[in-house]
Design a protein around this ligand. Structure first.
Ligand code: GUN
Length: 279
């Protein structure tokens, strides 16, 4: 099992030292509605920020807020010089167009890397903010010493948050990448050839032992509630782990790394803005 806890801890200590009370970046977090999972994610993000010396402003809005009101708030945060990063927790209520909201965020404050400018930068190999979870996955693979170049990587899931960007990052590291999704035929024929298997499906225990190659590296990005109400990943960990050379567990694997990368992205936005304001 990859010790992502130590990696996360080391990275957070490094950020704390780097900031060292001299620099205090400010992250604005917007939470719309009362989705319990979102509330818990936001609390985790606030706590992690506090621990490394990043200040946070959390703005909690009622479910029935209009898209225009939400965008107006983002416009205000965009021009507020004391705010370095803006994060809108997803998902948003169905009457709000998520893309319109993401488009409204100043790309230089887009700590999630979801704005089209940052997405384009990733696909064109230009400088930009890289989404937190995919960035965390690459860090975890590097930390474990997994060679990516020349390997066959299979990604299950094609979301904008994980599946698509992690596929691009793996490709940039010279892996051969296949993206699978809900319409993929003979899924286990494909996954069972993978040297590196990334599960980002959102279905509890979706990846079973027969779908995994002996000695594969398996990264579980799923965060699901199992039948017993407990948090579980996309991978049937207990049975799959025997076959793998490296595996991550849920909870505890990729989740904390996502938050660590959010801290790094917030510092990056802050530093970029400082350089800009110094001329
Ligand atoms: N909802 C689930 N994952 C994420 C994430 O990485 N960022 C935001 N803003 N919302 C999410």
């Amino acid at each position: 099992m990859i010790d992502t806890k130590t990696l996360s801890k080391n990275k957070r200590e490094k950020i704390k030292k780097q900031l060292d009370h001299n620099y205090i970046p400010c992250l604005a977090v917007i939470l719309v509605g009362e989705n319990p999972a979102s509330l818990s994610y936001v609390k985790g993000k606030e706590k992690a920020c506090r621990e490394v010396g990043i200040s946070t402003i959390t703005i909690t809005l009622e479910d029935r807020i209009t898209q225009e009101e939400l965008i107006k708030l983002i416009d205000e945060l965009n021009i507020d010089n004391s705010v370095d990063g803006i994060l809108v927790q997803l998902p948003l209520p169905s009457h709000i167009d998520e893309f319109a909201v993401i488009n409204a965020i100043d790309p230089s404050k887009d700590v999630d890397g979801f704005h089209p400018s940052n997405v384009a930068a990733l696909y064109l190999k230009q400088k930009g903010i890289i989404p937190c979870t995919p960035k965390g996955i690459i860090d975890v693979l590097d930390f474990a010493g997994v060679e990516i170049e020349g390997k066959y990587a299979v990604v299950i899931g094609r979301s904008n948050i994980v599946g698509m960007p992690i596929s691009k990052l793996l490709l940039d590291r010279n892996a051969t990448v296949t993206i699978c999704h809900s319409k993929t035929k003979n899924l286990s024929d494909i996954t069972s050839k993978a040297d590196i298997l990334i599960a980002a499906v959102g279905k509890p225990l979706f990846v079973t032992a027969d779908m995994v190659k002996e000695g594969a590296v398996v990264i579980d990005v799923g965060v699901n509630r199992g039948e017993n109400g407990k948090l579980c990943g996309d991978v049937d960990f207990e049975n799959v782990k025997e076959k793998t050379s490296y595996i991550t567990k849920v909870p505890g694997g990729i989740g904390p790394m996502t938050i660590t990368c959010l801290l790094e992205n917030t510092v990056e936005c802050f530093m970029n803005r400082k350089v800009l304001s110094n001329g």
